[in-house]
Design a binder for this molecule. Structure first.
Ligand code: NAD
Length: 330
């Protein structure tokens, strides 16, 4: 493990070598802040930090949020904490259920405990998955959550993130820790990996390889996609919004898109000759899978608190991902 460079940083970003984390670090540096990243590189990648590593205001340490003393040391060096480190991706979660639960529950507990000791303002990333099978669309933060059976390990992700939310709010209520939870809906953009079951990078890579674009189920399930830069702006606004403290806030776009429409847009915008084929869920995920038909946020709380919500259109988003994928292939 590398040693921490002992100096003060404005922000600690756990999971900073990941997709959202790396964009967040770049934005923080652009705004003149100093940043320390703690990441175990399980799904993240140092190449994601290419735009950061040359800055004297940036440093990273490879290590886990499960390492309580390392977390405590890192939190002590930083003014604010943005906790993104988590086991993510449907495939990852089904394949490694123990790691998911440990990273997401114990990891978050370690971060909150350390932040609580020094009263460091903290952002905790949660997910729209916590709404589970709820049909109360658009989802409001105070709506009921409806999770599936514990024998189906895909629900361990939603459940572990729900525990994170309880913990964060408990730290606020019991210990006065200024903490805000963001429930992120599908966030996409350059650098997102398709390896762990994320739909848009997978479609783009299939389209660029002229392979069939594989849509699971009937393709009529819907999602709302947000461009990562806009999500990063919302996270930073929430972290500096006094009225957001102690709250859980949806962060997402309200443009609902069917997965079939997403596949067609990828095919059209990339000029690909790929055909679009439907794959039954049982073939895509041999065991343990349940999908949600619709997932759409109510963003009135986000708009009230920070006056903005992600709004980039589908074509803009798809073009950004295709452009990046083409560039990486060159
Ligand atoms: P990502 O996999 O790119 O980022 C997660 C990062 O955490 C990776 O760099 C990984 O190496 C790191 N990590 C994992 N376990 C760790 C551990 N034990 N110790 C230290 N680092 C560890 O995924 P992402 O999409 O950037 O997700 C970031 C956060 O946003 C996660 O908390 C995720 O649950 C949440 N989120 C993302 C989305 C989305 O659509 N991308 C949606 C909802 C919620």
């Amino acid at each position: 493990m590398e040693r921490l460079r002992i100096r003060r940083y404005d922000y600690l970003v756990t999971g900073g070598a990941g997709f959202i984390g790396s964009h967040l670090c770049e934005e923080l540096l652009r705004r003149g802040s100093s940043v320390l990243v703690l990441d175990d590189l399980s799904t993240g990648n140092l190449a994601n930090l290419e735009g950061c590593v040359d800055s004297s205001e940036f440093s990273y340490v490879v290590g886990s949020v499960l390492d309580e003393s390392l977390v405590s040391e890192a939190v002590d060096l930083c003014g604010r904490v943005i906790h993104l480190a988590a086991a993510v991706g449907v495939r990852n979660i089904i394949d490694r259920p123990v790691e998911t639960i440990e990273a997401n529950v114990t990891g978050t507990e370690n971060v909150l405990k350390a932040a609580g000791k020094k009263d460091k303002t903290t952002f905790v990333a949660s997910t729209s998955e916590v709404y589970g099978k709820s049909e109360a669309v658009p989802f409001k933060e105070d709506g009921d959550i409806v999770l599936g059976a514990t024998s189906r390990s895909r629900w361990s992700y939603a459940c572990s993130k729900a525990v994170d939310e309880f913990l964060a709010q408990a730290y606020w209520k019991d210990k006065g820790l200024p903490v805000v939870v963001g429930r992120l809906f599908n966030t996409v953009g350059p650098r997102q990996s398709g390896r762990y079951g994320m739909v848009l990078p997978r479609f783009v890579s299939q389209a660029l390889d002229s392979q069939p674009i594989t849509v699971y189920g009937d393709g009529l399930q819907t999602r709302c996609f947000s461009l990562v830069e806009e999500v990063v702006d919302c996270i930073l606004e929430l972290l500096h919004c006094p009225n957001a403290v102690g709250r859980v806030v949806n962060i997402g776009s309200v443009q609902e898109v069917t997965i079939m429409e997403l596949a067609r847009t990828v095919k059209e915008r990339s000029g690909s000759s790929s055909k679009i084929s439907l794959v039954p869920y049982e073939e895509a995920y041999p065991t343990d899978f349940e999908d949600m038909r619709r997932r759409m946020p109510d963003v009135s709380l986000l708009l009230k608190l920070v006056g903005r919500a992600p709004q980039a259109g589908l074509e803009e988003i798809v073009d950004a991902v295709i452009g990046w994928a083409r560039q990486t292939r060159e």
